[in-house]
Design a protein around this ligand. Structure first.
Ligand SMILES: C[S@@+](CC[C@H](N)C(=O)[O-])C[C@H]1O[C@@H](n2cnc3c(N)ncnc32)[C@H](O)[C@@H]1O
Length: 230
């Protein structure tokens, strides 16, 4: 059994998942980190777009990188991004407006209590958010509930099994050298990656939520696990 987390780790993990912290510090992720994940966003979009969905949901949409990509690749679809941080929602709206995308809406909402009717989306995506949810299994069940039968849910999260070298190479993609230091490397290893999930964890959660098929996806250089469930 894993040793219990140190109090410091517990505190940092609490801050990592806190809505106010996302309100105040989300801009660091949005400005300097988020678009390091572009190859992963492209992978998810490639999986979803060919199905010609009419409604797509992005849960924990943050600054809306994936949401915007989906809206651009699926111009006939209505794409909805949901995030529990009002500041993140405003950031994403500004970004969507700047890109002139009109088939997209950003709403404030909690992944654990989605305010959509059952079976109201053709596809659901979520990147880098589920580890922050108080009850990830309940969030996965919400994704299953709002998804039409057969539609794909694609959930990606930092890989608990990533090696320090993989994390360091990933950090080299961040936009500012200020974020490439040993303290942040420690935080990324101990608070972000080590307190996350494996591909098997995500698949198991998806199956418990009622999905019948799960398939792992991945993209080189991005130490995230990703599962496509239907
Ligand atoms: C690491 S960011 C990822 C953002 C975006 N998906 C991306 O890949 O760029 C995590 C986001 O999840 C949001 N979040 C955390 N817990 C949430 C919850 N319970 N419900 C909705 N959003 C949540 C945070 O506000 C933050 O914007």
């Amino acid at each position: 059994m894993a040793p219990p987390p140190l109090p410091l780790v517990r505190l940092l993990r609490y801050l990592r998942d806190n809505r106010l912290v996302w309100d105040l510090c989300g801009f660091i992720y949005n400005r300097y980190i988020g678009d390091a994940l572009t190859p992963l966003f492209v992978l998810l979009t490639d999986e979803i777009a060919p199905r010609r969905p009419s409604r797509i949901l992005d849960v924990g949409s943050g600054p809306g990188y994936l949401t915007c990509l989906l809206a651009r690749r699926c111009p006939r679809a209505e794409v909805v991004g949901v995030d529990f941080s009002p500041r993140q929602v405003s950031w994403a709206r500004r970004r969507g407006n700047a890109l002139g995308l009109s088939n997209m809406t950003f709403l404030r909402g909690d992944a654990l209590h989605l305010t959509f009717p059952d079976e109201s989306f053709d596809a659901v995506a979520s990147v880098g958010s589920i580890k922050h949810w108080r009850d990830p299994q309940a969030g996965m069940s919400e994704i299953r509930r709002v998804l039409k039968p057969g539609g794909p849910a694609i959930v990606a999260e930092t890989d608990r099994g990533a090696s320090p070298g993989e994390i360091r190479s990933f950090m080299a993609r961040f936009k500012t050298p200020l974020l490439r230091n040993d303290l942040l490397l420690w935080g990324m290893k101990r608070i972000v990656f080590a307190e996350s999930f494996t591909s098997d964890d995500l698949s198991l959660m998806a199956r418990k939520a009622g999905f019948e098929e799960t398939r792992p996806l991945g993209v080189g250089g991005i130490p995230y696990v990703c599962v496509r469930a239907a």
